[in-house]
Design a protein around this ligand. Structure first.
Ligand SMILES: [Zn+2]
Length: 563
């Protein structure tokens, strides 16, 4: 079973609407479904799904493909991982070819090792050796329910115990070493996690992909994480995401904190829509992960300098991804964990959430901080700094709001700041995109033989028309392709599309989604947009175009102008 058969089988069990509808709210529009694009920032839906074609296409950012392409993009994963996610989430068998590559075998092996290790840690927490860890857990008021929900565990001080437990459960020391859990030097075995409280870190569908370990006896460092691996990248991971996602989806809001303990404390206090950024700055990849279930993000970083810098960076990312972002400030510079252990802590935290500072206000406060806003110099440097932030903003509504606030802050009229903004912006005209289908047929040069530049454009229009026509007549490729044998295509995108169509058709039929999956982004975008058209280019029309193209002389040299 190859990719084509797998897609066909998956499609027969679950539709593209089930998969994409899991992440994007879709509305029926004619034969297709539309929704807000998860891959770019938009206010009106241009993301289109065609259940007939099993394809999606975004008229805004030109993202296109089949359901596996969608899953790859939304989870930021490889094809192998996308297949696993679809198989797991929608209960479809993995295709037999899936395990064939060395990379995916290694991945499966690593996932299995980490799953067993997580179970070993969990079991170890219940043993007498874990006494000090159990005391720590009690002191931090982690309930048995929380321990179970977060699969907390203990890494024994004696690593031989861990190795023995794992080997009883089918995982040898070599696999543990490959997963970064143990290492052996001069015959002595050790682990960076020895005698620590262990937090399994999951990917977005609940596989254990790494661990965090917290010291329980004051040793340093306080936290140790698994190293980056083919499975684990901090930038692409949000701690507790699979636990939090149902609530995030329900509320449309995600709370982001820095550390494990903050996330756990918030979940325990009923704030189930919380994830942790694992001590990194909030990244664009993490924002993408949240965008599929949240529209609003509340950032609650530590109130120190580093936290503020991280929050500022986060704002620009969130603006780019279209998430509504606000900053949560906890009174007295406490972290959430600390606050929640005080009497009335969760009410105070809810209050802090309700009073979250909108992105624009936060930027303004940050830019004004440390400047003498009573002096002309101070105000000028404030405006300059703000203009840079404003210029980077994609959301025009947010931009206008911030410009208004800048004007208010420096005490000038709004129009003045707006004028400064527009004057300072260098406008680069976009080249006008020509859609060959919009050009009237009679301008294609029936009556005279085109030469030079006009020949070039006629040729490229006809070539595109042929490629376009093929996409609409995939069922008749066996008759059509031989007619193309004598033709040379000069347009690179057409060359690519026709090459891929030929390759696919050699197996009999060509599947649209499989074609798109093999094309470069430009060519894929073109084919994606063609595929969603309501009208169908006729077989006869396509044959006529092929004949016209056969009659057209080749353009010999580029840039050869008509004389
Ligand atoms: Zn888009």
């Amino acid at each position: 079973m190859d990719y084509k058969d797998y897609i066909a089988e998956v499609s027969s069990k679950i539709g593209i609407l089930d998969v994409i509808g899991h992440y994007v709210k879709l509305h029926k529009q004619g034969r297709n479904y539309v929704g807000l694009c998860p891959f770019h920032h938009e206010k009106t839906p241009s993301f289109t799904v065609s259940p007939d074609k099993n394809m999606f296409y975004c008229f805004g950012c030109k993202a296109t493909g089949d359901m596996l392409t969608f899953v790859r993009k939304i989870h930021n994963v490889s094809l192998a991982e996308a297949v696993e996610i679809v198989s797991k989430e929608f209960d479809v068998d993995l295709p037999p070819w899936h395990m064939s590559t060395a990379a995916s075998k290694e991945r499966q092996e690593l996932l299995r090792t980490l799953k067993v290790v997580a179970e070993a840690f969990s079991a170890a927490l219940q043993t007498p050796q874990a006494q000090q860890c159990q005391e720590y857990v009690r002191r931090r008021e982690l309930s048995p329910d929380t321990i179970q929900r977060f699969s907390l565990g203990y890494c024994p001080r004696n690593i031989d115990d861990l190795i023995a437990w794992c080997s009883d459960h089918g995982v040898d020391e070599k696999s543990l070493a490959r997963a970064g859990i143990v290492q052996r030097h001069d015959g002595r075995v050790s682990s960076p996690f020895a005698h620590r409280l262990m937090f399994p870190i999951w990917d977005s569908v609940g596989n254990v992909i790494a661990f965090g370990g917290r010291a329980i006896d004051g040793s340093m460092p306080k936290y140790t994480n698994s190293p980056e691996s083919p499975l684990f990248s901090k930038r692409r991971t949000l701690y507790a995401l699979p636990l939090a996602e149902p609530s995030i989806r329900k509320e449309g809001i995600a709370i982001i904190v820095e550390g494990y303990m903050d996330a756990i404390a918030l979940h325990a206090a009923g704030f189930h829509h919380t994830v942790a950024s694992l001590g990194t700055a909030f990244t664009e990849e993490q924002a993408t992960l949240l965008k599929r279930s949240a529209s609003r993000v509340l950032l609650n970083f530590d109130s120190d300098e580093a936290g503020q810098r991280a929050a500022r960076l986060a704002l620009s990312i969130a603006d780019r991804t279209g998430l509504d972002v606000a900053i949560v400030r906890v009174a007295g510079a406490k972290d959430p964990d600390e606050l929640l252990h005080e009497p009335g802590g969760s009410d105070l935290y809810q209050l802090a959430l309700d009073q979250a500072i909108p992105a624009g206000d936060f930027l303004i406060a940050a830019a004004a901080a440390g400047k003498d806003m009573n002096s002309v110099t101070g105000r000028r440097s404030f405006v300059q700094e703000m203009m840079e932030s404003v210029d980077a903003m994609q959301d025009s509504l947010l931009r206008t709001q911030v410009l208004t606030q800048i004007a208010r802050r420096v005490g000038v009229r709004e129009e003045e700041v707006l004028g400064m903004y527009h004057k300072g912006r260098t406008r680069i005209e976009q080249p006008v995109a020509v859609d060959p289908w919009r050009i009237p047929r009679k301008s294609l040069g029936h009556s005279r033989i085109p030469t030079g530049a006009s020949l070039q454009s006629t040729r490229s229009i006809l070539e595109r028309n042929v490629a376009h026509g093929l996409i609409h007549n995939l069922d008749r490729l066996p008759e059509l392709l031989p007619q193309l044998d004598e033709l040379t295509f000069q347009d690179e995108v057409c060359q690519e599309i026709i090459g891929v169509v030929r390759r696919e058709a050699s197996g009999g039929t060509a599947l649209l989604a499989a074609l798109v999956a093999q094309l470069s982004p430009d060519a894929a975008a073109l084919v994606g947009s063609w595929s969603l058209e309501d009208h169908k280019l006729s077989y006869q029309g396509l044959r006529d175009t092929i004949v016209r193209l056969q009659l057209l002389p080749l353009v010999m040299a580029h840039g050869d102008s008509a004389t």
